[in-house]
Design a binder for this molecule. Sequence first.
Ligand SMILES: NC(=O)C1=CN([C@@H]2O[C@H](COP(=O)(O)OP(=O)(O)OC[C@H]3O[C@@H](n4cnc5c(N)ncnc54)[C@H](O)[C@@H]3O)[C@@H](O)[C@H]2O)C=CC1
Ligand SMILES: CCCCC/C=C\C=C\C(=O)C/C=C\C/C=C\CCCC(=O)O
Length: 259
Amino acid sequence: MALEGKVAVVTGAAQGLGKGFSEILLKNGAKVALLDVAEVAGKSLKESLDEQYGPDRTLFIPCDVQSQQQFKAAIQKTVETFGQLDIFCNNAGIINEVDWEKAVSVNLMGVVRGTYLALEHMNKLSGGQGGVIVNIASIAGLGPLLSVPVYTATKHGVVGFTRAMADASKESGYGIRFNLICPTFVQTDILNALQSPAILGQFSNLEDSTKKLMEQHGILDVSQVTEAFLQLVLDETKDGAALMVLSKGSQYSTFPSII
Ligand SMILES: NC(=O)C1=CN([C@@H]2O[C@H](COP(=O)(O)OP(=O)(O)OC[C@H]3O[C@@H](n4cnc5c(N)ncnc54)[C@H](O)[C@@H]3O)[C@@H](O)[C@H]2O)C=CC1
Ligand SMILES: CCCCC/C=C\C=C\C(=O)C/C=C\C/C=C\CCCC(=O)O
């Protein structure tokens, strides 16, 4: 199998896209550390994965990506248990336009934190073996989603950060590829935000416009996104790439060349 012997960390792995990314890595031979703040769902996923793959292929580690201490310890435990770190997926994300500072903290600061902590183990300049980091942005990281301006901003931030890190890695010789997944709407629990004034706050009145956008764009199955993710993990030629996953298929984003 393509990823035999490789070790991955996936954040927000207990359900939705993170669960899908973890499963496709396992199917292809990798060992996976499942990190999530949701302990009950995380433990239950680990139990069901143990039945399919055996207890030695996964770890569940409770971890809030907002906590430097928890995140650092989780990655340390992964490396101590599995011996290395090759693939890192910053997937954990939320929508919260009311507690918008939390959205920035999880979606953007969590990705920066995860990336810098992963570098400590993966960077060839500090004794690591290199590898690939895939950050989960969104189509809302490339264009505006009107009902969630702060979510949109965090995802644009993830896109900019990841592209800059790809260039920094190439220039400095980290031996790490950095790629982005930018999906349109996907059938997961995050879609429930649409019906929640407590999450959308002052933008709740835009529900109909968002529903219209959803009709135009369609809603993907998790499996459509996991295939795109696997492509970015396996294809060694992809570095600094942003793969949009749309109803009509996957397509690499182009960016204006300014610098
Ligand atoms: N579902 C969609 O329409 C799309 C989702 N995305 C992105 O995909 C990623 C995954 O989202 P979904 O699977 O759709 O949502 P989800 O809500 O089903 O799953 C998110 C997971 O992240 C975990 N999580 C939340 N806060 C956390 C924290 N502070 N620390 C650790 N784990 C935390 C949750 O417990 C949950 O297991 C997010 O970054 C989201 O922005 C991107 C484009 C479209
Ligand atoms: C009210 C928002 C909650 C409902 C949406 C829930 C989750 C969305 C997650 C995303 O990451 C958004 C996915 C796709 C956005 C689609 C279009 C954005 C418009 C971009 C453009 O066309 O320029």
